[in-house]
Design a protein around this ligand. Structure first.
Ligand code: AKB
Length: 319
């Protein structure tokens, strides 16, 4: 990765990954793109271009102009929004991906795009979900993610594009809020705990899902992209997880720091159905064995760090 194009650079992952990669590879070498421009560090700390990922020519032209050798394609709709707007999700998630893969093929770029625990479905084993296992998701997001994994493998086998991917769990971070995901509650709960000392969970008690703190996710993307290709038996996409919990457990962890914090429930049937179709815990063994995946944050350490970071930067707490 010498010169990298990032799509969706103002999103939850992009806003932190762009800055991390600018630290490592040099500011001028990370070309951030998004559909809008904001008054943000990503826009001000290095090259930034407006890009709608459904515009194939636009993407190709930006990649060619900056002579990139790597594309990190992050722009996508998340699960709950995709379920509300399935055709838009297909158009954006699959159209954007195929445009990014075509650009990578034509310009001989290395390629990364995230998959998700959403690529699994109700017929997948729920606990310790293996790397290679039945994937019959019942959501539009899941259909996009499985199709995306297959398409990336196809570009690798057919055209030799060096495609790599991770099946991310819910990502917890304090810089940029996720938007429209099923796992978003695990971020919202921190903001509400600090502001109002209470939170209403839209997922029911006992709903376990995999999660990961953003610093571990950034490390995982960079480590996978830097990994020796000859060691990779898998490519698209590796199971990666750092923790699995249900709403009661994260609330209890927050209560250790904010004893007055209380949580109640008002279940949203759409997001509950999506969560119920996903695994409780996935198995990251292949990622550990093939490229040394590791994590630093468990539920306890992540909670402590999230509360510390949000309390010391009140502007980051949502109004
Ligand atoms: C979502 O909830 O849609 C995402 C994901 C797990 O892919 N956070």
């Amino acid at each position: 990765m010498k010169k990298v194009l990032v799509t969706g650079a103002l999103g939850q992952i992009g806003s932190e990954l762009t800055l991390k990669m600018r630290e490592i590879y040099g500011s001028d070498n990370i070309i951030a793109t998004d559909i809008r421009r904001t008054d943000s560090d990503v826009v001000h700390s290095g090259p930034f271009e407006i890009l709608d990922v459904t515009d194939e020519k636009g993407m190709f032209n930006i990649a060619k102009k900056h002579e990139v050798d790597t594309i990190i394609h992050l722009a996508a709709l998340l699960s709950a929004t995709a379920e509300k707007k399935p055709l838009l999700a297909w158009h954006l998630n699959m159209g954007g991906l195929v445009n990014a893969l075509e650009t990578a093929r034509e310009l001989h770029c290395q390629f990364f795009t995230p998959s998700s625990i959403g690529a699994f479905g109700p017929s997948t084993p729920k606990n310790g979900t293996p790397q290679d296992v039945i994937q019959r998701p019942t959501t539009m997001y899941g259909v996009n993610k499985v199709s995306g994994e297959l398409l990336c493998d196809y570009y690798y086998h057919k055209f030799g594009v060096d495609t790599r991917g991770l099946r991310f769990p819910g990502l917890i971070s304090y810089v940029t809020l996720p938007g429209g995901g099923t796992t978003d509650y695990a971020v919202e709960i921190f903001h509400e705990a600090i502001k109002n000392k209470r939170y209403t969970s839209y997922l029911a008690k006992g709903t376990f899902m995999d999660m990961m703190y953003m610093p571990d996710a950034l490390y995982a993307i960079i480590a996978l992209m830097e990994a020796d290709a000859s060691k990779l038996k898998h490519r698209n996409s590796f199971n990666v997880s750092a923790m699995s919990f249900e709403p009661e457990q994260i609330a209890a962890e927050i209560q250790k720091h904010i004893p007055q914090f209380i949580m109640d429930y008002k279940v949203d049937p759409v997001r509950q159905a999506i969560a119920d179709s996903w695994p409780n815990t996935i198995d990251s063994t292949c990622a550990k064995e093939e490229w040394g995946f590791k994590t630093d944050f468990d539920l306890e350490k992540m909670t402590e760090d999230m509360l510390f970071k949000l309390r010391s930067n009140p502007l980051l707490v949502t109004a």
